[in-house]
Design a binder for this molecule. Structure first.
Ligand SMILES: [Zn+2]
Length: 270
């Protein structure tokens, strides 16, 4: 019998932390040394789809293939990781035909390493963004039937306004909100998202959320603590804020355990 190497579907370690939203393909290219830090820190990584330099549909499909393959390669190197597939609003190319998205995305959902669709959402809310988002949300039933999830992006610019437009837009779809995370939330929009029953993702990195802001957000939303997921959203830069969070002694132990690991395991069904 030919030896097939290690079983990439087996967990290589018991995770100490879960980075619920990051971009492994971009990180590995620019910061290959970061992968060793993640393995050493026993980090479980969920890599969301966001390609760079996508000019057309061929680029997009090639990117999604590469993204899935990167997760397989990194598993062979001992990193515990999964991915989400999908079309980020900043990856909408001129020749994208929304009607073709089921054909592109559905087969990927059958990969055991693919945990759902993301990163999808609105960046400006203009042009074809809503049509592309709708085409992906129309796959929700297929996603939930496979016990998988949907990961949604909110933009840095006009965050509150665009997040409200997004929430109203999501109301048009039949969504199991316990299986949808809305990411990059700020203290100002977290309550609205959590009150509606969604998970809220908090990106712990310079320019997004600091550990102290995370503490404030968790205190404000203590009754929804089981639906807050911390991540780094790292890709072009490597942020180790989440890896260092336990030693910073900022969050109470239970809050830390839930938001940086337990909630992620429960949400992603790992
Ligand atoms: Zn992202």
């Amino acid at each position: 019998m030919v030896c097939q190497g290690m079983d990439i579907f087996k967990a290589p370690y018991k995770p100490a932390i879960c980075d619920s939203h990051m971009h492994l393909d971009i990180l590995e290219q620019g910061h290959p040394e970061a992968i060793k830090r993640l393995v050493a820190g026993r980090c479980l990584c969920i890599s969301w789809a966001w390609g760079q330099q996508i000019a057309n549909m061929d680029d997009l499909v090639a990117y999604l293939d590469l993204q899935a393959q990167t997760v397989r390669n990194l598993r062979e190197k001992g990193l515990y990781c999964f991915y989400l597939t999908g079309v980020h609003p900043r990856n909408i190319c001129p020749d994208l035909v929304a009607e073709k998205l089921p054909q592109i995305l559905l087969p990927r959902l059958d990969d055991p390493l693919c945990l759902g669709i993301g990163e999808i959402g609105l960046e400006t809310g203009k042009g074809p963004e809503k049509k592309v988002l709708a085409a992906q949300l129309d796959l929700a039933r297929e996603v939930f039937a496979r016990n998988k999830i949907i990961g949604i992006h909110t933009p840095r610019m006009n965050k509150e306004k665009t997040a409200r437009t997004l929430l109203d837009f999501l109301d048009r779809f039949v969504l199991d909100r316990k299986k949808v995370v809305i990411d990059h939330v700020t203290p100002r929009i977290a309550g609205e998202i959590l009150n509606r029953g969604y998970f809220a993702g908090v990106s712990l990195c310079p320019g997004k959320t600091s550990p102290i802001e995370l503490l404030t957000l968790c205190r404000d939303q203590w009754e929804h603590l089981d639906r807050i997921l911390v991540n780094t959203d790292c890709g072009n830069s490597f942020f180790d804020d989440l890896l260092r969070l336990p030693s910073m002694d900022i969050l109470p132990p239970q809050t830390l355990a839930r938001t940086s690991l337990g909630n992620g395991l429960a949400f992603y069904g790992i």
